[in-house]
Design a protein around this ligand. Structure first.
Ligand code: ZN
Length: 399
C-alpha cells in the first residue's frame, strides 16, 4: 500500500516538473516602458523654455483684471491665447453651468507624422471670485488677482505655445485652458468637468497623459506627490525632476547636486483639481501643484487671499515648471510610460536587451523550482528503498 502511494506522488511530481519546463518556452513578461534617467538626459541640451517670458504672460493676465467666467478680461485672455496659437487648431466651447457661462479653450497641435496619441497640458485660467481665506474679513468677498492660482499655469502654457511645434514630436499635444475651476463657495472644476463629459471614448483612448499645472509660480516653488494623480506618472516625474536637478540628494544630467523642488520627503496630499475630471473618465493624469504658498501650511499662506499677487511669484519658478513639461515632452516621458506585457517565445529570439534580461530572470527562478523538485524526487526514491529494506528486515524469516 505504502509503495503505491509513493509511486503516485512520484508520478505527479514528474508531471509537474515537465509542465514547468514546457511553459518555460513561452512566457508573458512585464516590460517597463518608463524612460530611464539617461534617456531623459539625452534631451537636456534641447531645452529652450524661458521663465522670464512666462512671467510676462502671467503679468499680462493679472493686468487684464479678474478673470471671472463671462468677464471681458476672460474674453481678452482667450483671444490673446488663440492669436498666439499658430499651427494649432483652436476651439472655444462654452457650457452654461451653475449660472455661469464657462468657456474652455482647446488648442490642438498635430504634427504631420503623428501616431495619433495625445498628451494634454492644462491649467485653469479663471481667477477666484472671492478671497474667503483673507485675514481681513472686509476683503473676503473681494475677487483675487490669482497671480499664482490661475495666471502661473497659463503663463507656462503661453510660453509652450510656440515651442511645441518646433519639438519634432511624433504625437499630438493639446493645450487646454479651463474656465470655472475656482468659482463659488467650493471650487468645483466646472470647466474641466464639462470638457470631460463631452469626450468620446475614442478620444479618451488616444490620450496618454494629462499634465495639470496649478499654483506653480510661488517664489519658493516646490511640490510633492498628489495622490489623486495616476501613480505611475509620479515615477516619470521623478526621472524628469532628477534630470533637471530638482531632486535633493540626486545628481542631475550635468552631474550637479539637485535642489529641493520635487520633494520626496513631504507627506503626500489629496487635492481635488481639474485632473480629477480626467482620471474620472479613465485618462491618466498628474497634478503639479505647490500647496505651500508663502508658508509651510497646506493650502494656507496666500492661497485664496487678496495676497495672491504678482510679487509672490517668480520667473525662476515658472521656468522650472515649464522645463519639467518641456523635458517630459522632448524625451517622450508622457507617452508609452505604462508597463506592457509581451510574450517571450525563448530568449534567443530577436528580443530587446531589456526583454532578454527579464526572461533570464524568470528562467533563473524556474531553475530553482526544477532543481528543488529533482532533489525531492531523489529523496523520495531513497526513502522508498529504506522503507523496503526495513520491511524486508522485519519480515518473519522462514526456512
Ligand atoms: Zn484656487
Amino acid at each position: 500500500m505504502v509503495r503505491k502511494w509513493m509511486i503516485a506522488i512520484l508520478y505527479s511530481l514528474i508531471l509537474l516538473a515537465n509542465s514547468t519546463m514546457a511553459s518555460a518556452e513561452t512566457e508573458i513578461v512585464q516590460v517597463s516602458n518608463l524612460k530611464t534617467l539617461e534617456e531623459v538626459c539625452q534631451h537636456y541640451d534641447e531645452l529652450v523654455f524661458e521663465g522670464n517670458q512666462s512671467m510676462d504672460y502671467a503679468t499680462f493676465q493679472v493686468e487684464l483684471g479678474y478673470r471671472i467666467p463671462g468677464s471681458e478680461a476672460s474674453a481678452k485672455l482667450i483671444n490673446s491665447f488663440s492669436e498666439n496659437a499658430t499651427g494649432y487648431e483652436v476651439s472655444t466651447p462654452s457650457h452654461y453651468v451653475d449660472g455661469m457661462n464657462a468657456t474652455n479653450l482647446i488648442a490642438k497641435y498635430s504634427p504631420e507624422s503623428s501616431t495619433g496619441e495625445v498628451v494634454i497640458i492644462a491649467a485653469h485660467y479663471d481667477s477666484r471670485d472671492r478671497a474667503e481665506r483673507d485675514e481681513n474679513p472686509d476683503l473676503r468677498d473681494n475677487p483675487i488677482d490669482g497671480a499664482n492660482d490661475g495666471a502661473s499655469g497659463v503663463g507656462v502654457l503661453f510660453e509652450l505655445l510656440p515651442i511645441i511645434p518646433n519639438m519634432n514630436l511624433s504625437h499630438d499635444v493639446w493645450l487646454i485652458l479651463f474656465d470655472a475651476e475656482d468659482q463659488g463657495v467650493t471650487p468645483s472644476m466646472l470647466g474641466s468637468k464639462a470638457w470631460a463629459a463631452n469626450l468620446t471614448q475614442e478620444e479618451i483612448d488616444t490620450i496618454s497623459a494629462f499634465i495639470l499645472l496649478d499654483m506653480v509660480g510661488d517664489v519658493d516653488f516646490n511640490f510633492r506627490k498628489e495622490m489623486l494623480s495616476t501613480p505611475i506618472l509620479w515615477d516619470t516625474m521623478l526621472n524628469i525632476s532628477t534630470a533637471l536637478g530638482f531632486v535633493e540628494g540626486e545628481l542631475d544630467c550635468l552631474g550637479e547636486q539637485g535642489t529641493d523642488v520635487y520633494n520626496l520627503n513631504k507627506v503626500p496630499v489629496w487635492i481635488q483639481d481639474d485632473h480629477v475630471s480626467a482620471t474620472n473618465v479613465g485618462i491618466p493624469a498628474i497634478d503639479i501643484i505647490d500647496v505651500n504658498y508663502g508658508d509651510e501650511t497646506i493650502l494656507g499662506g496666500y492661497f485664496h487671499t487678496t495676497n495672491d499677487t504678482l510679487d509672490k511669484i517668480s520667473a525662476e519658478s515658472l521656468g522650472k515648471a515649464g522645463k519639467i513639461v518641456e523635458l517630459g515632452l522632448r524625451s517622450g516621458s508622457w507617452i508609452d510610460y505604462q508597463p506592457s506585457f509581451i510574450e517571450i517565445v525563448n530568449s534567443t529570439t530577436n528580443s530587446t536587451e531589456e526583454e532578454i534580461i527579464e526572461s533570464r530572470m524568470f528562467s533563473a527562478f524556474e531553475k530553482i523550482v526544477i532543481t528543488s523538485q529533482i532533489i525531492l524526487i531523489i529523496g523520495i526514491v531513497v526513502s522508498i528503498r529504506i522503507i523496503k529494506s526495513i520491511e524486508l528486515a522485519s519480515r518473519p524469516r522462514t526456512k
